[in-house]
Design a protein around this ligand. Structure first.
Ligand SMILES: Nc1ncnc2c1ncn2[C@@H]1O[C@H](COP(=O)(O)OP(=O)(O)OP(=O)(O)O)[C@@H](O)[C@H]1O
Length: 385
């Protein structure tokens, strides 16, 4: 069952000179109940912007230009005794609630989204572990989060829950009485995850949950997230620049570049039948993903600024496979399956299938082979095309 359905979401930042940064452009994806969905791409491709926009935590100059964020829950005030949206709310067009019970989070007011944050959707922001308050005990910070969002809970109950949550993420319950500086980096990150789980959300958004941690601790954090998912059935939207994190924990994923989704689908398809030049380049640059004996090759050049971007594929300036067509418009999402089985380039609106935004998707075999050659990615080669 679909928990989150993001449709053609475009997000902009207004900047001083009157232009705008197109941080996310027509992004669509779905997250099913109980699954882990990954957003991966280089720094600056719009991952964090996208995550923050879902729960209205964008910087003050950021705004949703267009699109919808349908989430399978609604505000307490709009629910009946069984927790479903009341019929009169669904039937009244002035409420952003659909007959299938989903609410368009993008259409909620600042006050209304507060009822959804933490209770239904919890966001663990980038570098959250550094945001633990140094002057309060770690346990008390979790207790405070529970009491703030569930005023009916007693302090004693909240305290018990905080210790239980810490235990579930692998921290001794007694450590609830410690301060953040007494915790290691990995423990702080786990404490932050416990805090995010405090109100039993259906969706946990984890922005770079393992960055700044050493490799062994990274693995443990990812295991911890998987364990929580099994225990609580929570869906996880994980964001990382590191494609090997995706390889480890995702069920499905989207590869982003320059505010656009370049390739999306089940993880196995993306890794084993990669169908986009950008994903091929990204895979080449991570040690755990590359084949043994294959050297690491980074994609030459830098990501675009996204300030009033020109027409054309966002990746065209760095893509070794660029052709005339790529300069005219950004490619639509093509169904990879139809290319592989019938050799036909066909657009696809099915967000669950394996899709790729590349005009040369029908030349996949050749592109995959060429992408493994280091020469393909040298700057000189790209400039000469
Ligand atoms: N407040 C802001 N004002 C203007 N531009 C912004 C603002 N915040 C982010 N951007 C721009 O929006 C684009 C997307 O940034 P975003 O932080 O979402 O990317 P990201 O992929 O999450 O990268 P990182 O992991 O480094 O945060 C970038 O071009 C960035 O410079």
């Amino acid at each position: 069952m679909t928990l989150l359905e993001v449709n053609d979401l475009s997000i902009r930042y207004a900047v001083e000179d009157g232009s705008s940064v197109h941080a996310a452009d027509d992004v669509s994806f779905t997250v099913e109940r109980g699954e882990t969905y990954g957003l991966v791409g280089e720094s600056g491709c719009g991952k964090t912007t996208l995550a923050k926009s879902l729960v209205h935590l964008l910087d003050s100059n950021g705004y949703i230009e267009s699109g919808e964020v349908w989430f399978d829950a609604t505000l307490p005030a709009w629910e009946d005794d069984d927790g479903n949206p009341r019929r009169e709310i669904v039937e009244d067009d002035s409420y952003p609630v659909r007959a299938d019970g989903k609410t368009n989070l993008a259409a909620l007011s600042t006050q209304q989204i507060r009822d959804i944050r933490w209770r239904d959707v919890a966001l663990i922001p980038q570098s959250a572990m550094n945001a633990l308050n140094p002057v309060y005990k770690v346990g008390d910070q979790i207790v405070e989060a529970i009491l703030r969002h569930e005023p009916g809970t007693t302090k004693r109950e909240a305290d018990e829950r905080a210790r239980d949550l810490l235990e579930r993420v692998g921290i001794e319950p007694d450590r609830a009485d410690d301060y953040a500086h007494q915790f290691s980096g990995g423990m702080k990150q786990r404490a932050v995850i416990a805090m995010a789980m405090a109100c039993g959300p259906d969706l946990l958004i984890a922005d770079e949950p393992t960055t700044a941690l050493d490799v062994i601790i990274q693995d443990r954090i990812l295991e911890e997230l998987e364990k929580l998912q099994e225990e609580f059935g929570v869906s996880i939207l994980v964001i990382s620049h590191d494609i090997s994190v995706m390889a480890e924990i995702c069920d499905r994923m989207a590869v982003m570049y320059g505010g656009k989704v370049m390739e999306s689908g089940p993880k196995e398809d993306i890794f084993q039948r990669t169908a986009n030049p950008y994903t091929l380049g990204l895979k080449n640059s991570f040690p755990t993903i590359t084949q043994r004996n294959q050297s690491l090759v980074s994609i030459p050049g830098t990501p675009p600024t996204l300030r009033d971007p020109e027409e054309g594929c966002r990746f065209r300036d760095r893509c070794p496979f660029v052709v005339e067509e790529c300069h005219a418009s950004h490619p639509p999402m093509y169904d990879v399956e139809s290319v592989e089985s019938e050799g036909v380039r066909r657009e696809s609106a099915d967000q669950r299938s394996h899709r790729s935004a590349c005009y040369r998707v029908d030349e996949l075999e050749q592109i995959r082979t060429d992408a493994t050659q280091e020469d393909t990615w040298t700057e000189q080669e790209i400039e000469n095309r």
